[in-house]
Design a protein around this ligand. Structure first.
Ligand code: SF4
Ligand code: SF4
Ligand code: SF4
Length: 255
């Protein structure tokens, strides 16, 4: 088959997802036969303003330039993939809409801050159609490679549909909710990270977004029985999202 033209773009974010792609060093080399990078600022100086089969877009929309770039990329791509939690749900910059950009600018830059035109952080889907979401902060390397492999076959991959708790049980961790009464969002969060945080003795913060399953209410009641209120869970899960991002699922499933 001809080479697949992929562009990698970063809006406002920490570039962690692009770095994850760069860290696929060995695999990237073998991919060069099958993929042509139309844009990937962190890896190549080559940049094309033409059409591409796939755009991988990282970061959230936090400034007018992000909107312009995103719309241009959408127009030039057949498929657009939201890469990482910022792109999928708004990320830490969105934080339940709690962060006022003007207040942040003042806090960080003082008077100088007003020269930047900052918007409330939004996921890509607020502005353009997104064809596939690969969450994670950052994305998992294996899932990223699976995504590229599926794209080469003209499809999107299956990403884990089980909660972080499934990963946690597989690692034979003791449950932080049951053993220590901590507020761990693993039961409500999409797995696939290997329960990284509970394995390091830290509760899950829900950075991979909600897992869609039929047991949300049961889990809420379980957490409620341990003294964790709906509001505590909601605020914790929305650390990485606007209310309209993953919040919609929470509102629907959590009431
Ligand atoms: S999702 Fe996480 S790793 Fe990716 S850009 Fe946002 S903060 Fe960085
Ligand atoms: S520690 Fe968290 S992720 Fe692990 S089983 Fe308990 S609730 Fe689930
Ligand atoms: S355990 Fe939770 S917060 Fe930690 S990486 Fe996994 S999904 Fe993200």
């Amino acid at each position: 088959m001809d080479q697949l033209m992929i562009g990698v773009f970063g809006l406002t974010g920490c570039a962690g997802d692009q770095l994850t792609l760069l860290n696929c060093e060995d695999e990237l080399l073998s991919l060069t036969e099958k993929v042509r990078w139309s844009s990937f600022n962190m890896a190549t100086t080559t940049e094309s303003a033409g059409r591409m089969e796939v755009a991988l877009v990282e970061g959230s929309v936090c400034q007018p330039d992000d909107i312009a770039l995103l719309r241009d990329v959408r127009e030039r791509s057949n498929a657009l993939v939201a890469l990482g939690t910022c792109a999928c749900f708004g990320g830490i910059a969105a934080m339940d809409g709690r962060l006022d950009p003007a207040v942040l600018e003042d806090a960080v830059y003082g008077q100088e801050g007003r020269q930047f035109e900052a918007l409330r952080a939004q996921p890509l889907s607020t502005y353009v159609q997104v064809d596939f979401m690969l969450p994670g902060c950052p994305v998992e390397k294996e899932q990223l490679l699976e995504t590229v492999a599926s794209l080469l076959k003209g499809s999107f991959p299956e990403i884990p549909r089980t909660p972080v708790c499934a990963d946690c049980v597989a690692r034979e961790n003791l449950c932080l909710v049951i053993e220590r009464g901590e507020v761990c969002c693993g039961a409500l969060t999409r797995g696939g990270c290997g329960a990284r945080c509970p394995t390091l003795d830290m509760p899950c913060l829900g950075c991979r977004g909600p897992v869609e399953d039929a047991y949300y209410r049961v889990k809420r009641h379980f957490l409620g029985s341990r003294g964790v209120t709906r509001e505590i869970i909601r605020r914790k899960m929305l650390l990485f999202s606007t209310p309209a991002g993953m919040g919609e699922i929470l509102e629907r499933e959590f009431d």
